[in-house]
Ligand binder design. Sequence first.
Ligand SMILES: NC(=O)c1ccc[n+]([C@@H]2O[C@H](COP(=O)([O-])OP(=O)(O)OC[C@H]3O[C@@H](n4cnc5c(N)ncnc54)[C@H](O)[C@@H]3O)[C@@H](O)[C@H]2O)c1
Length: 353
Amino acid sequence: MAKQYKVGVVGCGRIASLLEEDPLREKPATHAGAYAAFPRTKITAACDIDRWRLAKFRDTWRVPSDRCYRDYREMLAREDVDIVSIATWTESHCDIALLAAKNPHVKGIYLEKPITVSLKEAGRVIAACKKRGIKLLVGHERRFDGNFSRVKEIVEKKELGALKTIFAQALSLPPPKLARKKYIGGTLLHDGTHLLDLVLHYGGPAAWVMGFDKRPHGKRNIETAAGGIVMLHSGVTVFVEGGGERNYFKFDLDMQFENGRIVIGNGGIHVFQNFTSRHYTGFHELAPVPFTNPRKRENSFIGCVRGLVRAMETGREPVSSGTEARDALELILAIYRSADNGGKKIYFRGRKK
Ligand SMILES: NC(=O)c1ccc[n+]([C@@H]2O[C@H](COP(=O)([O-])OP(=O)(O)OC[C@H]3O[C@@H](n4cnc5c(N)ncnc54)[C@H](O)[C@@H]3O)[C@@H](O)[C@H]2O)c1
């Protein structure tokens, strides 16, 4: 019988467990839900600094009381888990991941996004995992959504011609006044990390960026909006916006090709194709066509867990690796840095100016 992997979950909040209670979300919607649904994993230990959240997690996922901890150091010292899930606040990701990578039993880490709050921290976590052969998967779970994968296929096979432009938006409510030193960024960082991970996945690496921000609470506090123009090495132009003080959440990529357009995001997926215009002689226009996906769809959270286990067993890097998540963080931090410098163009990886 195939091995069943033991899992320790650090952080028992929304993405670890509580979002399972949202009746509208596709299930599973959390780390714990995915481990419970995937037959090859079992949660054997849990940790949260908050006693009520820990108790709720214990009861929901039937974790033995003596294997529930208030301090992750204690959990990692005592437990012989194969996988560690880190679903705590972003500023703690680095310290917890570094310690998890020291546990001799650990073979895989499922770390929530954004990977860390700085590139230096991200580099340390990636290096520590690499040194011990631990597979690191970051929770950009849309990468495991079959519809997003089908769009990658459309891009690669040029089914709508070459990809030319992406408008990427993560729009949300106005944020409270929060110190930038601690939280680093607003929506562009915390939701935009999903967005920019997908941009790089579809369009390839960034060449340069010019950023803007809106900081009505002052430069020391997180933005109410930030974004920029990103030029990819592939020649794809990207317009990004995060925040924007809306009374709704909008997360989507509007991808424009030579012969069509795809809008994919939280509002579903809409495809348009090039047709001879019925309104103007000699012109072509876009008209909606059905989206077809012959792939079998798997829940994204189960996909993350299956992907991590597969990487642990094959030795290959997982989809949504630490390195890919680091690249998304690099782009976001470059947007902030450019905005801090009046929109100055920032080049990546020694690209010629
Ligand atoms: N992938 C996604 O779609 C998604 C969605 C929401 C949140 N997230 C990410 O997940 C992380 C957690 O977000 P959340 O919304 O679940 O937050 P949350 O506040 O609901 O849960 C975080 C939990 O971690 C606990 N915690 C904090 N520091 C700890 C520590 N040092 N040791 C043990 N427990 C600790 C808190 O008490 C809390 O219960 C963040 O990095 C966030 O960006 C990802």
